[in-house]
Design a binder for this molecule. Sequence first.
Ligand code: ADX
Ligand code: SF4
Length: 246
Amino acid sequence: MSSSRRTEVAQLARRLADAHPQQVLEEAFQHFEQVAISFSGAEDVVLVDMAAQLGIPFRAFSLDTGRLHPETYRYLDTVREHYGFDLEFAFPDAAEVESLVNAKGLSSFLADGHKECCQARKVAPLKRKLAGLDAWITGQRRDQSVGTRGEVAVVELDAAFSTETRPLVKFNPLAAWSSAAVWDYIRANDVPYNPLHARGFISIGCEPCTRAVLPNQHEREGRWWWETAADKECGLHAANLRVVND
Ligand code: ADX
Ligand code: SF4
């Protein structure tokens, strides 16, 4: 990877470290031609709202694992219609999922851990999607997991998905925002939200691997609750906590 790209990203990272998420979005759209928001169908909708408020064309995609909640599927269409843009979808490779499910059934993640299923249903489709992008934008926040996300930078080189010939920049505009700040934004701006949030869900992933949490329970406890906290990354962000500092 060229050192000029590293320097460029490091400069951007320094300049935007404390910037408002909407400014980060604006700069991401200005600096990169092929850039898209990765939208999970949860509270990261604030990124879609902020992008829409900028009044410039933007791209967003969702990974349809085939196992999302019915509420999330309906909500993804709500967002598409509300903001009037073509939300893109990335699907898993049918043969890969068939092979896993035929060998191990539909719930292998309960016995074997979630990584194998997440690899087929989320990570592989993401990798294909990212192959056509120079940069992507996620809704990761440091307060989502002190253990695995405590170091998330606002701008970084993607250590998981960059290649020697194709450096990929990752923007996490909400890195420094708290859950409370996100929800203040959603309420203040009348942003449509996933109805599961009104039923005790905070972090939302696939239906079999997400559950509502109790008051004061941490949001990650609603994800893959049969596994230990250190394992609660599915590969979308696992290898990607390195701060750009050169
Ligand atoms: S996960 O890795 O544990 O599933 P999480 O649900 O916290 O991730 O979401 C963090 C960010 O990852 C989201 O804001 C979004 O940018 C991206 N992401 C997660 N799931 C999806 C998805 N199904 N489609 C698109 N982006 C996603
Ligand atoms: Fe499979 Fe669960 Fe991962 Fe979804 S979250 S891809 S169902 S293991």
